[in-house]
Design a protein around this ligand. Structure first.
Ligand SMILES: [Zn+2]
Length: 412
């Protein structure tokens, strides 16, 4: 089997998909189920059908494009990623895994390869949490990590429910049908840009993921008391923002002293009320993201943070309410898939790095119902989720080639 990746076709498709955007180029904004997203989906579906694949879409819009193997009843070998993009993002996040996946399938078909197991490209719905506040919506439903009842309660910023929005977009069947049975996949492999700087820094062209770190997100609501910035003297204050400042440092400290470099904690949002220069902050809401590859350590850090926040609040005489929004478990990649990816790299004399995925991906959830693997390519400066996100053509082509080789090995 001699595999040829059609570089020009792949790169021009990445550009074409980027043109479906609600932001001006080079920025890409493509929020799930907006008219722009629906046009991008229709374009993707046509690309898949042109490639000879059979497309089906489930109730939440997850899109499966299938190449039947000689044993269609055998478990499927899957690949794919997402095409939704947060506001003002770049054109490679998710897209490299979707269009690279499609190109890998086309390269295999054109090489004359005949799979035993069916190979399926999967485009996940709403990997990004932009519209419904929860990331990996499609893969959570596929893997029963989110129940249909809980999904039905989700609303967007305009108050429209997921059911209303998806039905308007043409996905009207029951959410109960989205879940995949646990024997559905033989393997699932996701190609993705690294979204971090390690490959570029170490000048290694490929990363094979061994574990996917999992996030916990929580909110801390601090309630103090406000007042006039001139009128209330210092001893009489309970300034919610000063308490928040101490809490933010305690959160940083909890991650730094967890005993492992894999623990990270970030306070990404600090909402201050009333937010006036001459008014003592009476209320603050912190949004915190905590990640680790080890579930117990991650949960210990969450616990430490909660205890620290309460004691800071107590010392300062104000209240802190702690709300855990989600606490997902990390995933390990399947050794057989890690090995298949490594073999494919060796076959093409390509160096690779074994690494942890610190961003989470749909594969984190697919891992609950299928053996998964992930392949990373470098992105410039590690930048992602911004308009200057960039992956070099040769890296995209290399990743696609190794993906194709791996899919062949797994599906033969
Ligand atoms: Zn992504």
């Amino acid at each position: 089997m001699s595999l040829t990746i059609d570089r020009d076709r792949l790169l021009s498709e990445i550009d074409a998909l980027a043109s479906f955007s609600d932001a001006e180029a080079p920025a890409v904004t493509r929020i799930v189920f907006t008219p722009t997203d629906l046009r991008a989906r229709a374009w993707m579906k046509a690309r898949c059908e042109d490639a000879g694949l059979t497309v089906r879409q489930d109730a939440v819009g997850n899109t499966f494009a299938r190449w039947n193997g000689s044993n269609p009843a055998a478990p499927v070998v899957g690949t794919g990623s997402h095409i939704d993009a947060i506001p003002n993002a770049g054109k490679f996040d998710g897209v490299v895994g979707v269009l690279g996946g499609l190109e890998a399938v086309r390269a295999l078909r054109e090489s004359g390869f005949h799979p035993t197991h069916s190979i399926e490209l999967l485009i996940f719905t709403s990997e990004e949490p932009t519209r419904f506040g929860i990331g990996c919506l499609g893969s959570r439903l596929l893997s029963a990590s989110l129940s249909p009842e809980a999904a039905r309660k989700l609303t967007d910023n305009d108050g429209a429910t997921l059911d209303e929005v998806r039905r308007r977009a043409g996905f009207g069947s029951e959410l109960e049908q989205v879940k995949l049975h646990s024997g559905y996949y033989k393997a699932f492999v996701e190609l993705h840009i690294e979204q971090g700087p390690l490959l570029e820094r170490q000048q290694v062209p490929l990363g094979i993921v061994t574990n996917i770190a999992a996030p916990a997100s929580l909110r801390v609501l601090i309630e103090g008391s406000g007042g006039h910035a001139g009128g209330v003297l210092m001893p009489d204050r309970s300034d919610a923002l000063c308490a928040a400042a101490e809490m933010i440092l305690a959160i940083e400290e909890a991650a730094r002293t967890s005993g492992a470099v894999d623990t990270v904690a970030t306070v990404g949002i600090c909402d201050v009320f009333p937010g006036a220069v001459n008014s003592i902050p009476s209320r603050v809401r912190l949004s915190v993201d905590i990640r680790d590859t080890d579930l117990q350590r991650r949960d210990r850090v969450v616990q430490t943070i909660e205890t620290a926040c309460h004691s800071i609040a107590m010392e300062r005489g104000l209240s802190a309410k702690f709300e855990l929004l989600n606490a997902d478990a990390p995933a390990n990649c399947a050794p057989a898939i890690v090995e298949a990816l490594s073999q494919s790299c060796r076959k093409h004399n390509l160096e690779f790095l074994s690494m942890v995925s610190r961003a989470y991906h749909d594969s984190l959830f697919v891992a609950r119902v299928a053996p998964v693997g992930m392949l990373f390519i470098p992105c410039r400066n590690g930048y992602s989720h911004r308009p200057d996100e960039y992956a070099a053509p040769e890296d995209i082509v290399r990743g696609t080639l190794v993906l194709a080789e791996t899919l062949a090995a797994l599906a033969q």
